[in-house]
Design a binder for this molecule. Structure first.
Ligand code: 5GP
Length: 251
């Protein structure tokens, strides 16, 4: 009997896996290059040269509004016990806060995004010292997050670029007097308020630490509807690793 139920669950899992990914919203994550570089591990500039002093895209990430254990996992736990639930968690991708690696066979093709490369080099540069090739960063983001977005390759990158251009974080912050400085600190609430005023929607903020251990604004998470058309208020609040006052280091 248990074996029959296991088969039913396995087939249900396979059926669910082949349908469109169900998620609730996207994060458009942008990193401040000064804060990426101003850490103990530092950074490297990509082939295309030093990026501008502007937020750069990290990724466009499908996300769930609520972290979930999968329904199948719950069912497996109830019927077959903890070991089976663990197996379904390992096999399925849904016991998480976001979907990821939805189709490892769908690798990013340079041809598909050839008309976007100049803009991607400016707006989505890698700062990691791993390779210095931004295409590798884009490929990684596509494989991990983009394959779960229900978008084609070109649309995924084009939409991210459009959203960044429509909501210019560097200009929004500058308009509120929040400009890069190696001495000034800014209240975290003034950063959040400026972004809410400038975009019309609340965002999530992530900080990191400079080499002296001081908190700096690292990434801004704008929340975007499932159709990747417009911003929404972020459904989950997060002020990761931030203190009341943060730096925005010069880049
Ligand atoms: P994720 O945060 O999307 O899960 O992973 C980001 C991956 O991209 C890491 O392996 C990181 O080393 C690599 N990466 C390459 N360039 C960059 C960059 O400029 N910023 C960040 N945050 N990660 C980068």
């Amino acid at each position: 009997m248990k074996i029959a139920i296991a088969f039913v669950l396995l087939f249900s899992l396979l059926a669910v896996s082949s349908t469109a990914e169900k998620f609730d919203f996207f994060y458009l994550v942008q990193q401040w290059p000064g804060s990426f570089c101003d850490t103990r591990q530092g950074c490297c500039f990509p082939d295309a040269g030093k990026p501008a002093a502007d937020f750069g895209i990290h990724g466009l990430w499908p996300n769930y509004a609520k972290c979930r254990g999968s329904q199948l996992q719950g069912l497996a736990r109830a019927v077959l016990g903890e070991d089976a639930a663990a197996l379904f968690s390992a096999v399925g991708r849904r016991g998480r806060c976001w979907p990821e690696y939805c189709n490892d066979g769908n690798t990013l093709s340079p041809w598909e995004i050839r008309d976007l490369v100049a803009s991607l080099d400016r707006n989505w540069p890698t700062l990691s010292c791993k390779s210095g090739r931004s295409f590798e960063f884009w490929s990684y983001e596509w494989k991990k997050h983009g394959t779960c977005s229900n978008l084609e390759q070109h649309e995924y990158f084009a939409r991210a670029l459009e959203l960044k251009a429509a909501h210019n974080l560097t200009a929004i912050l500058a308009g509120a007097g929040i400009v890069p400085s190696n001495t000034e600190t800014y209240s975290l609430s003034s950063v959040g308020d400026a972004i809410a005023q400038g975009t019309g929607f609340t965002a999530n903020l992530e900080c990191n630490r400079d080499a002296d251990g001081e908190a700096q604004l690292f990434q801004v998470y704008l929340c975007v509807d499932r159709e990747v058309k417009q911003l929404i208020d972020c459904p989950l609040s997060m002020r990761s690793k931030c203190t009341d006052r943060v730096k925005l280091p010069v880049f």
